[in-house]
Design a protein around this ligand. Structure first.
Ligand code: B1M
Length: 213
């Protein structure tokens, strides 16, 4: 079995320590961090997602797999930085109110830091007013919202509205993402950008701050 397949299998089994060890080994073997993420950790999480949907695994197994994913991404973090295009800017990021999924949000935060952004991580279950207050107090250039549940996607519309009502909509760019979110949805709610993954989110953020300057 290739080391990337092994990482995927161990993630599915929730073997946090072994996932971290194998990610370290893979780095030592010269495998690029992005490849370890995209062809090792992510496929493992996808399998868990499918099994969860089919009722073959349950919340505890999914949770320990997510923790193993986190352990793996922590190892990759320093190697995911791409020094070619860096930006100066500040952003806050959070998973929206009612939603506790944070693996993707953490990846986006990691990629943003890698591109030179100062990142304020608001965590999960973040209400619109906290995004607004943080953006205002901290002078954020970008506000990043993540949602993994179809039931929490509408909170993103509430966030855009909250910025309008606070009179600071024009001062920030609002980026949205997460598995159920689409370009059409982002346009409909008046967000500035949607990107499907963490790497493209970081590239888009750079574009947005360069346009603003
Ligand atoms: Co939940 N869950 N979950 N879950 N979970 C999903 C999302 C689900 C699709 C599973 C399924 O049925 N197949 C389903 C949602 C169905 C729907 O809404 N249509 C679901 C459900 C139903 C639930 C519960 C309701 C289950 C229950 O309790 N009965 C419950 C809800 C709890 C809540 O939030 N209130 C629940 C709970 C959980 C756990 C706590 C057990 C755990 C989360 C642990 C954690 O995050 N710390 C969990 C997990 C792990 C998943 C799956 C299996 C994996 C999610 C994940 O981490 N993916 C997920 C199934 C799936 O997605 N295949 C599922 C890996 C991660 C890297 O990808 O987060 O998509 P993702 O991020 C991507 C992109 O989306 C993007 O970048 C990342 C990749 O580079 N991205 C952005 C994300 N945010 C972005 C922001 C951006 C740009 C890009 O700009 C700002």
């Amino acid at each position: 079995m290739s080391i990337l397949n092994e990482i995927s299998e161990l993630l599915q089994a929730g073997k946090r320590k072994q996932v971290a060890e194998l990610c370290t080994q893979a780095i030592e073997q010269g495998i690029p961090a992005a490849e370890i993420l995209n062809d090792g950790l992510m496929p493992g999480m996808d399998v868990i997602g499918e099994k969860f949907k089919e009722g073959e695994v349950f919340v505890p197994q999914v949770l320990i797999a997510a923790r193993a994913m986190k352990a793996g991404t922590e190892v990759l973090k320093p190697y995911l930085n791409d020094s070619e295009s860096t930006a100066k800017g500040k952003l806050c990021i959070g998973t929206v109110k009612g939603d506790l999924h944070d693996v993707g949000k953490n990846l986006v935060a990691m990629m943003m830091e890698g591109k030179g952004f100062e990142v304020i991580d608001l965590g999960v279950d973040v209400p619109p007013e906290v995004f607004v207050q943080t953006a205002r107090d901290e002078h954020c250039d970008i506000v990043c919202c993540s949602a993994l549940l179809t039931t929490t996607m509408p909170v993103m519309a509430d966030i855009v509205k909250a910025f309008e009502e606070a009179g600071i909509r024009q001062d920030v760019k609002i980026m949205v993402g997460g598995a159920p979110v689409t370009d059409e949805f982002a346009a409909k709610i008046g967000a500035d950008a949607y990107t499907p993954d963490a790497a493209s989110a970081a590239d888009k953020a750079i574009e947005l701050v360069s346009e603003a300057n």
